[in-house]
Write a protein that binds this ligand. Structure first.
Ligand code: ADP
Length: 233
């Protein structure tokens, strides 16, 4: 039996302020297998982005357990957390978060500058070029992000997410700022990446795009409406 790449057990997340507590996630249990493509849907405020932040080690859990590749994420140091985030995980958000002052190629190379093992300039250049080719933007490598369309900018953001060869892509409303044609192209690209073996966890409110995933999970009021499931789902 294949081991889950991502395993959440009874995970809760409470945001506390002086005056109130918000239970953003309640007792979530979920297995995501290598090569899976999971879409998480649900109404605004139900906890989708919080769940993705926790999977991406951008936020901590209040209770429960999160294992990534069999390793308990509560038992690692902050430095290890940063390394795991850079090596194993790639992020794609609704806003492209590209740096406008540098070229498309430099944007894509950026994560490699923070890699644990030093990467030579030549290697960074080759990896970034190869990722830009994957997203069909080799001919735009010297452009600045603002010179590209929204769809092209999102594809640059995808190339940047891929450059350190992550095992899992965490994707939050990737088409939110795109027209439908560009949105479709981005979603087709994600499907191709999944076919090539990348695990994808997608948050979307668009049911057409959720249908492109292998599994659809629905959230409501911080809970997951479906039971955890693994490779037999
Ligand atoms: P979704 O992505 O489904 O719209 P979120 O995960 O953003 O939902 O939010 C889930 C709940 O947690 C909401 O009630 C939201 O207001 C609350 N929340 C999210 N982030 C914070 C935060 N940093 N501090 C306090 N409450 C938060």
């Amino acid at each position: 039996m294949t081991t889950a790449q991502i395993s959440l057990r009874n995970v809760s997340k409470v945001f506390e302020t002086d005056t109130m507590e918000t239970h953003a996630l309640r007792d979530i249990s979920l297995d995501i297998m290598p090569g899976d493509y999971v879409a998480i849907t649900g109404p605004s405020g139900c906890g989708k982005s919080t769940l993705l932040s926790i999977l991406g080690l951008l936020d901590s859990i209040s209770a429960g357990e999160y294992q990534l590749d069999g390793q308990n994420m509560a038992a690692i140091s902050l430095d290890q957390t940063a390394l795991i985030r850079n090596h194993k995980l790639g992020f794609i958000f609704q806003s492209f978060n590209l740096i406008d002052e540098i070229s498309v190629l430099d944007n894509v190379m950026l994560p490699l500058r923070y890699a644990a093992k030093p990467v030579s300039n030549e290697q960074m250049y080759q990896q970034a070029k190869s990722c830009l080719a994957k997203v069909g933007l080799s001919h735009r490598e010297s452009h600045k992000p603002a010179q590209l369309s929204g769809g092209q900018q999102q594809r640059v953001a995808i190339a940047r997410a891929l450059v350190a060869d992550p095992k899992v892509l965490l994707v939050d409303e990737p088409t939110g700022n795109l027209d439908s044609q560009s949105g479709n192209q981005v979603m087709e690209l994600l499907s191709e990446l999944n076919l090539q073996g990348t695990t994808i966890c997608l948050v979307t409110h668009d049911s057409r795009y959720a249908d492109m995933a292998k599994r659809k999970l629905q959230m409501l009021d911080g809970t997951l409406l479906h039971a955890p499931s693994g490779e037999n789902a």
